[in-house]
Design a protein around this ligand. Sequence first.
Ligand SMILES: NC(=O)c1ccc[n+]([C@@H]2O[C@H](COP(=O)([O-])OP(=O)(O)OC[C@H]3O[C@@H](n4cnc5c(N)ncnc54)[C@H](OP(=O)(O)O)[C@@H]3O)[C@@H](O)[C@H]2O)c1
Length: 338
Amino acid sequence: MYQAAATRYDSMKYNRCGNSGVLLPAISLGLWHNFGSVDDYANMQQIIFTAFDHGITHFDLANNYGPPAGEAEINFGKIVEESLYHYRDEMIISSKAGYYMWPGPYGEWGSRKYLVASIDQSLKRTGLDYVDIFYSHRPDPNTPMEETMMALDSIVRSGKALYAGISSYDAEQTKQAVSILKQLGTPCLIHQPKYSMFVRWVEDKNNSTGRSVMDVLGEEGVGCIAFSPLAQGLLTNKYINGIPAESRVGRGLSNGAIQQSDISAAVIDKIKRLNEIAVQRNQSLAQMAIAWLMKDKRITSVLVGASSVAQLKDNLLSLNNLEFSPEELYNIETELSN
Ligand SMILES: NC(=O)c1ccc[n+]([C@@H]2O[C@H](COP(=O)([O-])OP(=O)(O)OC[C@H]3O[C@@H](n4cnc5c(N)ncnc54)[C@H](OP(=O)(O)O)[C@@H]3O)[C@@H](O)[C@H]2O)c1
C-alpha cells in the first residue's frame, strides 16, 4: 500500500498562481504521453508516486490524452482510487476539452454543448467528484468567446471544477477571455501555453494589443504554466547521439508528438552547444531548460512530461540551480539565435 513520503513538502518550491489563492508547485507533471493503455501501468504508478513524494501536487490531464484518447484519465483515476484517494485534498488535478474527442459536430472545439459533455465524461473516466482546473484546450474561431467562457463559468458554478483556465490562446484572445470571465465572476486562474527555449511565441508583442501573452498574464494577474518545456525531449541529452528506440521519436508516435524530421543536424548542433552551457552550470540540459523558464516570475509552474522515474528525478533537480548570470543568459541567447 502506497504511503506518501513524510518529506514530500521539504524541497519543492510553490508559486502563487497569478492573483489567486492557489499555490502551484514550480514543477508539475503532465500525462499527455506515457499514461495510455499501450504504456506500463507499474511504471505510471511509480512516476506518479515519485512526483507526489517530491512535492509535485499538480497533475495535468485532458480528455484526449492516451492513447487511445481518454485512457490517461482512466489510468490516473485508477491510481488515485487505489493509492492516492486519501491525499485528494493535497492535489490539484486538471483536465481540458477542445481537441477532437468524439465523432459528430459536438465532439471538439469550444461550444457549451461540447465542454459540458466533456467534463462529465472526464469525471466519469477519472472517478473524481470534481477537477481542480478545467481548461478550454484551444481557442475556437467559430464559437463566440462568450459562449466558451460561459461554459467554463457554469462548469465552475456547478462544482465540477474549482477554477477555469485557457490554453494556447494568443495575446488578444487571452485579453478577451480574461475580461469575459471577470465579468462573469469566475476569474481566469491560469493560461497553459507551449513555451520553451525553442518555442517562444508567448514573448511576441507583434499583435494589436502590443503586448505579449506573458505581458497580458502579468498585467491581469493570471498564472502561467508552460507546457512542453523540454520541447518534447529535444532539450535534453537524449537525442545527442542518435534516436533511442524507446524515445518519443523512436516510438513513432502520432498526435502532435515530435518526429524524426524535427531532429535535423542543425538542431542537434544547437542542442550540443546548449548542453555545454548546462554542463558548465553543473546541470543536465533538461534541468537548465526548466530553470531557464522559471527565471520569469510570471511563470507559475513548468509542466514536464516523463517516461521514467529517472527522468522525473533529473528534472526535479533543476530546483537546485535556478540562477543565471547575465553572461550565461547572453550565451544561451547567442546559441539559440545561431
Ligand atoms: N495544452 C496543450 O495543448 C498541451 C499540449 C501538449 C502538452 N501539454 C501538457 O504538457 C505536458 C508536458 O508536455 P511534454 O510531454 O511535451 O513535455 P516535455 O517535458 O517537453 O517532454 C517530455 C518528454 O521529454 C523526455 N524527457 C523528460 N525529461 C527528460 C530527461 N530528464 N532526460 C531525457 N529526456 C527527458 C521524455 O521523452 P521520452 O518519452 O522520449 O522518453 C518525456 O516524455 C503534457 O503531459 C501535457 O500535460 C499540453
